[in-house]
Each structure stands twice: as structure tokens, then as C-alpha cells.
Design a protein around this ligand. Sequence first.
Ligand code: SF4
Ligand code: SF4
Length: 382
Amino acid sequence: MANSYWVEPDVKFVRQLKTMGGDTLKKCYQCATCSVVCPISPEERPFPRKEMIAAQWGLKDKLVGNMDVWLCHQCNDCSTYCPRGAKPGDILNAVRGMTITEYAWPGWLGKIVPDARFWWLLLAIPIAIFLVLLGATGYLKIPEGEIEFAKFFPTLLVDLVFVPLATLWIPLTFGIGISRFMKAIHNNAVAEGKAKRNDLNIPDFLKSLVCTIPTILSHSKFSQCTANKDRYLAHLLVLFSFAGLFVVTNIFFVALYILQLPGPYSQANPVKIFANLNAIALLVGVILMISNRLKDRGPNVGKGSYFDWSLILLVLGLVATGGLSELTRLAHLPSIAYPMYFAHLVFVFCLFAYLPFSKLAHLVYRTLAMAYSRYALREPCE
Ligand code: SF4
Ligand code: SF4
């Protein structure tokens, strides 16, 4: 006789899942079509049907600590073929959002970042910090003469905010979140007999991580999808333009503090050209993302949750204010250029400060889960 298993449904978790975009989960009648049509699902312990059962029963521990949820690239082939309109692709996306919230530190920030009721608070925090900083240092005014952003918001003040964010806040909060996540997926893998051993062997795991990177960079899993194949190009553009802008920021940091070469830099400067090309690629990528999400793909494919859209709109705001502040500076329009620069810094703050709690965190969570999946011998490194 099979062992009995006492199921304690977490009704609160089911309710939260519905508000994160998983409102169709009760429609599933377990036909398994989704697992059959998913181009990425492995033969052994395929998804997403088993996750649909866990979601319907509110089995939170089987979902938030489940590496398989992160192997899904939300291509929506499963949702397209689901005979019940249960949108399994959207359910897994909602579970990923809840995983980021579950392991977030500090927990209150993890809860308010994906909550549509608090968008104004997230914007108000940097606005208040900047106004206090500028007011206290006597810079709260539009400067006279040639437009130079450093005359309005001194570089030292910008760095006073962003250097601690990048070097302390992000590593600390992200580090705590992902270490909790790794512990959970490892414990689950051990409990299910998937892990090679009970301890997490760091050198073996790092080897798996290294051989996962080419898959991430080439988006090769994404390209196996059918229904949402066009999202492949948009994702690639956004990923590589962010990487390019990260490189540019570091070059300008070195130019300013080590080589003592303050801006503004000429438009003919090769680094500036590279920066502008990346900004254009980011704008094109985010516009493609918006048009892809708004496309009518039939009633079974959703258009995304607040969690998805808040990041897309943040990146759009970031690139639009960055471009407009530069263009209005060149056009000598100080009354537009300075407020645009202020708005741009607010968006940069939101991107940095809320990164470990936003949809952007999926880049790191997914990379680690894919590496762990290899480590657990599903797809060993060559
Ligand atoms: S989500 Fe849809 S396709 Fe998958 S098992 Fe449920 S009803 Fe079937
Ligand atoms: S959204 Fe795509 S990758 Fe994810 S489970 Fe469905 S078919 Fe598979």
C-alpha cells in the first residue's frame, strides 16, 4: 500500500499567487498537455504539470524552492495548447515572482516592490533622498550658464548615493536572498533524491555555473520556443545593452577618479559613441518587449503581470530620461535638461536599489537554478 501523505494547503499562498498573475490556476484539470508540448521540459520529472498540481494545492515549499520553475523561459507554448486556458506559463512566472519575494531581505521591501499599490512609495524614496541632499548642500536650483549636470547634481553627491548602493546594498541584499534560495533548492533536491550528495559541493557547482553561462548569453533555451519566439531578440538586446552600459559606467568612473578626466565628454569620444549605441539598443529592446507583450496571441496567452510591466516601464523611463536629458543639454534647454537628469537619476536609483526584489533579479535566480540543474546531473557539463 502506498504511503499516505498529509497535505496542508497554504490558502494565503494561493491567494498571493493569483494576485501575482496566476489567477487561472484553478482551471487546470491535469491533462499533462503542457508538459508534453514544452520544448524545454526534461524527460525526467517534466514540468509544468507537477507545478500546476502544487500551485492548486498551495504547496508553497514545492514551488518556491523548486529549480524547475526557473528552467521555464515563459515561451507560452504550454499556455497556447492548454485545453482549459489555465495559462501554465503565467503560473510559473507568478511562482518565480513569489520566490524572489519569499527569499528577499529585508522582507518588507520584497513585499512592496511587486505590489502595485506601492509604486508611488518606491519613486518617492529616491525623490526625497535627492531633494534633501541637494537642499542641504545648496544645489536645489537650476544653474546658470552652459549646461553641465555636475553643476546641478555634483558628481560627488551622485557617487555618495550610488557607490554604496552598488558596492554594499546590492551585494548584501542579493547575497542573502540568493543564499536562502540556493539552500532551499538544494534541500528540495536532496529530499527528492536528485542531488548527487547531501552537501553542496562548491567546486562542482561552480563548474556547472561556468558551463551554464554560454547558454544564458546565447539565449539558446529561448530559441527553442515557438509561441513567443520573437521575445528572443528583445531579451538579447536588453541583456547585452545593459552589459555594455555597465562597462561604460565603469570606464567613466575610472576616467573621473583615477585619470582625473571630468565630463561632459565629446560626442566623438569612442566610449561615448559606445554608450550611445548601447542606449539605442536598450531603447529598441524595450520597445520590442512592449510590442511583443501587447501582441494578441489568443485568449490563452496573458500580457504579463504588474511584476513584469513595472520593470519594463522602469527601463523605458530610464532610457527615455537619459536620452532626453542628453538631447536637451545639446539643444541648450536647461529648464528641461536638468529636471530630466533628476528624473533619470531617480530611475537609476530604482533600478539599483530594488534590483534584488524586482523582475530583473530573475537573471541571477535563473542562472543559479540552471547551473544547479546541471549540477544535479540533469544535463552534466561536457
Ligand atoms: S495546465 Fe492545462 S495543459 Fe497543463 S495539465 Fe493543466 S489543463 Fe492540462
Ligand atoms: S512557458 Fe514555455 S518553457 Fe515554460 S513551461 Fe510553458 S512551454 Fe515550457
